[in-house]
Write a protein that binds this ligand. Structure first.
Ligand code: ADP
Ligand code: MG
Length: 382
């Protein structure tokens, strides 16, 4: 890199090269004032793009920023420091995970040394890793579901039949009631097992060309039947020019219903706003077998409910994880399952106190899959 010089006087060529790097690069003088900052470093640190040379780093990003604290440690120890996937705070709700390395420039001991900092955004790698472990989890649910179906569903039929018989033969009301309870509880368990079975069946999709707005509009009627949502305003932000998608309308309807139901339940107490939006997606990571990005539509279902505590967020798609008294904890995992079957992905963004946004990316047509394969072509295009 040569000798770093203040941003204003730095050779334009070198500045252009550093700005083009995917790595964030930051150089500080002997008193931790900014000598140089490239565009990526400005983005990762949330620093103004025109940050001027000579400003102390602490004034730029705050003395309690983790990068400031590492710099201090490096100064004190005289040794370079490397951190994997440090969470860099942002003005937006989500911090960016980044690898950070901080090193002293030159080998003159003591004060007077400049510091070079390199930052690398790890969010793409992290979300890929999360996708993979999510997929592995879903596959293991399939195995568990198949086991449960076999061991639980079959005897249920027998129990139900016997209870019905008791119900008919019982001559006092209490026994009749008790037998009736067995029947209805057996039905509830059978319903749960059926829901869980979607993981095991690897169901074929009944694909049709469809307008994605149609199941979204149908939602409102379906939900109106379930509860009175006078307190909830509904906003539709549709892109009317969206092309039709090739998808299974019944499954897609189920997905949207599960998501919207969660949104409505989240706003049950205090009311709020449900926003359904659609658009062509620019930011997508779905690629076809030829490695080229697939045209994708994005559907977002957003509520202004209480949001999801950070501690719960990684458990959301685990079957049976629920915080509701009468919840099944299957809504999200079933939704994710069907979106995956369509070759799409489902992402949840939630901030406590602000609300929750579930974003579905659906390719215009599911990528071709080898017969019997559960695997979607979910890869990174960048
Ligand atoms: P269930 O609705 O039966 O609890 P789900 O799989 O649909 O099961 O959801 C799992 C959990 O995720 C819920 O119990 C709730 O804690 C949380 N959750 C899902 N969607 C939202 C939302 N829009 N707002 C707040 N919490 C949500
Ligand atoms: Mg639910």
């Amino acid at each position: 890199m040569g000798t770093p010089s203040p941003t204003d006087t730095m050779d334009d060529d070198l500045k252009g090269i550093l700005d083009a790097l995917l790595e964030g690069v930051l150089v500080l003088d002997d008193a931790d004032r900014l000598l140089f900052l490239n565009a990526e470093a400005a983005r990762l640190l949330g620093a103004p793009g025109d940050a001027r040379a000579g400003r102390p780093l602490a004034a730029l990003i705050g003395a309690d920023h983790p990068v400031c604290q590492i710099v201090e440690r490096v100064r004190t120890s005289g040794r370079p420091s490397i951190y994997d996937e440090l969470e860099l705070p942002q003005r937006l709700p989500h911090p960016i995970p980044a690898d950070v390395s901080v090193a002293l420039i030159g080998d003159v001991p003591g004060a007077g040394r400049r510091i070079a900092i390199a930052l690398r955004d790890r969010s793409a790698a992290r979300s890929l890793r999360e996708e993979i472990s999510e997929r592995e989890r879903q596959e293991s649910y399939g195995h568990i579901a198949a086991g449960i179906a076999h061991e639980v569903k079959n005897p249920l039929g027998g129990i139900r039949g016997a209870a019905e018989l008791l119900q008919l033969r019982a001559d006092d009301d209490r026994s009749k009631k008790a037998a009736g309870l067995i029947v209805s509880e057996v039905d509830r368990i059978a319903g749960l097992v059926d829901e869980l079975m979607v993981f095991a069946r690897g169901d074929e999709l009944a694909l049709e060309s469809m307008n994605i707005h149609q199941p979204l509009d149908a939602l409102l009627d379906l939900l109106e039947l379930e509860r009175d949502f006078a307190e909830i305003e509904v906003d539709r932000v549709y892109d009317p020019s969206l092309p039709e998608v090739l998808a299974d309308p019944a499954r897609i309807q189920q997905v949207f219903l599960n998501l919207a139901r969660n949104a409505m339940q989240a706003m049950e107490e205090k009311g709020g706003r449900l926003t359904l939006s659609t658009r062509m997606s620019l930011e997508h990571r779905l690629v076809g077998p030829d490695g080229r990005p697939l045209p994708t539509i994005e559907i977002a279902i957003e509520d202004t409910g209480p949001g999801i505590p950070a501690d719960d967020q990684h458990r959301l798609s685990t079957p049976f994880f629920t915080t509701k008294r009468k919840g099944t904890g299957l809504g999200l995992s079933v939704a994710r399952h069907w979106i995956r079957r369509h070759g799409g992905r489902l992402r949840i963004e939630s901030t406590e106190g602000i609300g929750t946004r579930v974003i579905v990316h659906l390719p215009l047509r599911p990528p071709l899959q080898p017969a019997g394969s559960q695997a979607d072509r979910l890869e990174f295009s960048a």
